[in-house]
Design a binder for this molecule. Sequence first.
Ligand SMILES: NC(=O)c1ccc[n+]([C@@H]2O[C@H](COP(=O)([O-])OP(=O)(O)OC[C@H]3O[C@@H](n4cnc5c(N)ncnc54)[C@H](O)[C@@H]3O)[C@@H](O)[C@H]2O)c1
Length: 359
Amino acid sequence: MSSNSALTFPTHIKTVLITGASGFVGRKLVQLLLADHPHLRLITTDIHRPPTYGIEDEEKLVAVAVDLADKEQVGSLFGYGPVQGVFALHGIMSGQSEKDFTLGYAINLYSHLNLIAATTEHAQKQSRGGESVKPVYVNVSSLAVYGGEKATPSSTVVPEDTPLIPETSYGVCKNVIEMIVYDHARKGFLAARTVRLPTVCVRTGAPSSAASSFISSLIREPLQGQPAVCPIASSPEDPILEEMGIYVTRTKTVVRNIAYAMGLSDEEVVGRVGKLRTMNLPGIKINTRVILDALQKFGGDKATSLVSYSKDPAVIAICETWAGDYDSSAVEALGFQVDSRETGYEDAVRDFVEELKKD
Ligand SMILES: NC(=O)c1ccc[n+]([C@@H]2O[C@H](COP(=O)([O-])OP(=O)(O)OC[C@H]3O[C@@H](n4cnc5c(N)ncnc54)[C@H](O)[C@@H]3O)[C@@H](O)[C@H]2O)c1
């Protein structure tokens, strides 16, 4: 079993490709890899050229703008030399995918098919050239693959007993790609696995197009003197604020866990979570009251007074398809970290406050 703290990668992994590297999680992952894996070469990509963090040396970091919906452009990512690891993070989030079905499918489904096919083709070329170790492919998915009667805000999802019934286009595309990733592992083309993320908070930068966006904006905007709307409640006394469970993870923890997924062997993954190689990354159950209490603690009355309440039926409809809690014992046994169930959310807000001070 891998150690719980060390983020060691197999020694054959020398170059890693990261898609979605201009996004919220992608940026944090690149920063972690640069800090913890100084000998890795990173190829980072996004539709906009990802940040280079002052690194000019292409032996260390190549940052390229690529539209992953375009097959040829995807292929070009493998023109910088052999790649032994891929983190697939790019995507269109749930709210936007529901509004724009075609765009959601183009990115969350077809562009991921392009990337998996290009990685497989690259691996096959490498093995003909004498390199026989399969690239490790970490597919970043979402707990939005769950839905139905066993995955409601008041239920706890036990992975072995809960069918995958995605209730958004985003969740459907994530689920389909998980199966394609599994098939590439089953066929022996790639050492592939999927990690499903809880809602990551506190999200920095601009709000995302995810329905869960309010979970971060209720903290991020008021702590910067900006108004925020709570879209699930009609007033600060609305019982939904306590009743609706929300499953979240601290940014630091999830980024560490995504990186950790690359270091596990296929045997470890299959032995613990089964052949589909899907892992629900651990989170903690909170509710919106916990968020508002943290806002009061870190920002006082001034920040709290910037929150207004206005129910948005579209957001509530998506929130009602989320499970409130998940049994993550299997992945915790694999060495994935979990936030403190007592202080985890406050820790996430504290991280955010520290980041604001740096800016
Ligand atoms: N942030 C969360 O709370 C959360 C929760 C569950 C799952 N996830 C998953 O984690 C991954 C990263 O999430 P995030 O919060 O960083 O999202 P994000 O929206 O911040 O980043 C996604 C990136 O994908 C890029 N992208 C979109 N279309 C592209 C295209 N055609 N070509 C190239 N790049 C393209 C975007 O430009 C963006 O930078 C996503 O796959 C998301 O579904 C995130």
